[in-house]
Design a protein around this ligand. Structure first.
Ligand code: CUA
Length: 332
């Protein structure tokens, strides 16, 4: 009888474990990894998941077996037998979970340490966040600047991060690593991309009205393609980006502009810049250019304190600004 019970609980546990394993394996819960760090993070997830499946199957098997085997007949109102503890059982169910939790803790600590190690000769990229856009600077490549994050594959990259205003958070889901950017504190993170492709960098800290629009394109290239991109940036100052791409990266998070398909209302609507220029008594192109480079000079009605970054004159190239002006004025 006792042996029969153990066999039945064990069989039930196996069935439950198989079902839960199918749920874990057949559904893609995590994005496909694109970095060494994400590989390690996924390993920790799976390590903990396997333990959880084992514990869950054991508990559910005993529970389900007990509910059916020890259920009382409908008229039975009597108390159950009084049971005093079982020291051996209590020692086992204290020691086994303690060992499992310590194992998860040790493995997490090892992965955390490995994921923070940039190795020898890492490449550095400076990340600047502000409401609601990202900017990147490549100090190892003559300080070129970019609104999209272009990375060479299979290279240890240290991201040095700064925020100009509030707390933002840097996250490329396929690359696992996540790091807050905190005003006044320099933070950093290491990523080693392992897969070429296009990804999205998202801000994952609620940072204001435009939080959900605070994204940037991430492109992982082969080393030769990356070197070519660097050369292009050095030569053309980033003028290979179309004005629409510049607008989306730098302006679209805050401004509505129908041709670009943006609809944010954090900053003034840019669908009719000619009317705004007329109101300010200026030539349209000159007005738009001034508004990009010196946003605080003339404030649009309804937007009394300009939150707009004042450094687009430095972070965008002259060609990009001229192209933006044409893009914004030519649409009307
Ligand atoms: Cu920046 Cu959310």
């Amino acid at each position: 009888m006792r042996r029969g019970a153990i066999v039945r609980i064990f069989a039930l546990g196996i069935v439950i474990a198989i079902l839960v394993t199918l749920v874990a394996v057949l559904i893609q819960w995590l994005p496909t990894s694109a970095s060494e760090q994400m590989d390690r993070i996924a390993f920790v997830y799976w390590f903990a998941t396997v333990i959880c499946i084992g514990i869950f199957a054991l508990v559910m098997a005993v529970l389900i077996y007990s509910v059916f085997t020890f259920r009382s007949p409908p008229e039975d109102e009597s108390d159950g037998p009084s049971i005093h503890g079982h020291t051996g059982l209590e020692i086992v169910w204290t020691i086994v979970p303690a060992i499992l939790v310590i194992a998860i803790g040790v493995i997490s600590a090892v992965v955390l340490s490995q994921n923070g190690n940039a190795g020898t000769n890492p490449m550095t990229i400076n990340v600047f966040a502000q409401q609601f856009s990202w900017r990147f600077e490549y100090p190892d490549n003559e300080g070129i600047k970019s609104g999209e994050l272009v990375l060479p594959v299979d290279r240890n990259i240290t991201f040095e991060m700064e925020s100009a205003d509030v707390i933002h958070s840097f996250w490329i889901p396929e690359m696992g690593q996540k790091q807050d950017l905190v005003p006044g504190i320099d933070t950093s993170i290491v990523i080693t991309p392992t897969r070429k492709g296009t990804f999205a960098l998202v801000c994952t800290e609620l940072c204001g009205l435009g939080h959900s629009t605070m994204r940037a394109v991430v492109r992982v290239l082969s080393q030769p393609d990356f070197d070519a991109w660097v050369k292009e940036q050095q030569a053309g100052g980033g003028s290979d980006r179309s004005p629409a791409a510049v607008f989306t990266a730098s302006c679209g998070g805050c401004h509505t502009f129908t041709p670009a398909g943006t609809s944010s209302s954090i900053g003034p609507n840019l669908d009719d810049v000619a009317a705004a220029a007329e109101k300010a008594g200026q030539d349209t192109a000159a007005y738009v250019k001034e508004s990009i480079v010196e946003p605080k000079k003339v404030l649009a009605t309804g937007f009394p304190s300009s939150n707009m970054p004042g450094d687009f004159g430095e972070t965008l190239s002259a060609e990009e600004i001229d192209a933006l002006v044409t893009y914004l004025t030519g649409a009307k």
